[in-house]
Design a protein around this ligand. Structure first.
Ligand code: NDP
Ligand code: 8X3
Length: 256
């Protein structure tokens, strides 16, 4: 029977690359995100790399409970075969201090990074329990372990991802379902552009240093998934070599 990997936020960055990494391991890909045209682009690229690959697409907003439930209904048969869920859809908005930040940005971050992850998890978990197999990979962040100025609410959402991953492992103990929380440092994707809304400001984030690439995280996810069934990589912090800590980045030209 075909095993499917359901990936949220597959239209860009880490989710896009994870689709290729899991396709290379033989998983059929159920790719989701809001931008349908990007999903179509992804499908074409995946099929070019793996002509026999089964790919399905679904465009919806993970933070919208109604849209998630429509997706779950429409794909009920596919969900029976989902072995891997990668809860990757997520974002940061703004870098303002909490006393000045935009309330809409807070809601978008909390709704997407926390509620979206919960809606998707709840949607697949019953089937995984029935089959007594499955692996949920959550995209946390180093921001889910350490806070930085101007990042309080984004960090809170990623602290929540860590707590939810831990809680799921506890509630699912005794099943064969694995839960992994991947916690990357700086990865060069659309993340900073989405956060800052300005290309030159986004480019500056990675200036003079070598960030991680989305492929680095995708390969890490694929490695976690490929461990034998009795091995669960619970949490994995992955920084670029040029980053020692959330607020400590080495930039060439720093005088060292
Ligand atoms: P990108 O901006 O490149 O990708 C984010 C993805 O999330 C897009 O595919 C986007 O798709 C999707 N997405 C955002 N909001 C929603 C929504 N409401 N419903 C459905 N899909 C949504 O960023 P990254 O690849 O870097 O980010 C992926 C994950 O990794 C995020 O959870 C992020 O917090 C985390 N992360 C990123 C780090 C980094 O430095 N880049 C470091 C640590 C963690 P679309 O717009 O089509 O909906
Ligand atoms: C993204 C990494 O350090 O920009 O989660 O918050 S950071």
């Amino acid at each position: 029977m075909t095993k499917w990997a359901l990936i949220t936020g597959a239209t860009s960055g880490i989710g896009w690359e994870t689709s290729f990494a899991l396709a290379a391991q033989g998983y059929a890909i159920l790719a989701t995100g809001r931008r349908y045209e990007k999903l179509v682009e992804l499908e074409q690229a995946l099929k070019k790399a793996h002509p026999q690959l089964e790919v399905k697409l679904a465009a919806f907003d993970v933070s919208d409970r109604f849209e998630v439930s429509e997706f779950l209904k429409a794909h009920a048969a596919d969900l029976d075969q989902v072995e891997i869920l990668v809860n990757n859809a997520g974002l940061a908005k703004g870098i303002e201090k909490m006393q000045e930040a935009n309330l809409d940005d807070w809601e978008v971050m909390i709704d997407t990074n926390v509620k979206g992850l919960l809606f998707m998890t709840r949607g697949v978990i019953q089937n995984m329990i029935k089959k007594n197999t499955g692996h949920i990979v959550n995209l946390g962040s180093v921001a889910g372990r350490w806070t930085y100025p101007g990042g309080g609410v984004y960090c809170a959402t990623k602290f929540a991802v860590r707590a939810l991953s831990e809680g799921l492992r506890m509630d699912l103990l005794g099943t064969r379902i694995r839960i992994t929380n991947i916690e990357p440092g700086m990865v060069n994707t659309d993340f900073s552009y989405v956060r800052l809304g300005d290309k030159s400001k986004a480019d500056k984030v990675y200036e003079g240093m070598t960030p991680l690439e989305a492929k680095d995280i995708a390969e890490t996810i694929a490695w976690c998934v490929a461990r034998p069934p009795h091995v669960n990589i619970q949490e994995l912090v992955i920084y670029p070599t040029d980053q020692a800590h959330v607020g400590q980045v080495f930039r060439r030209g720093d005088g060292r």
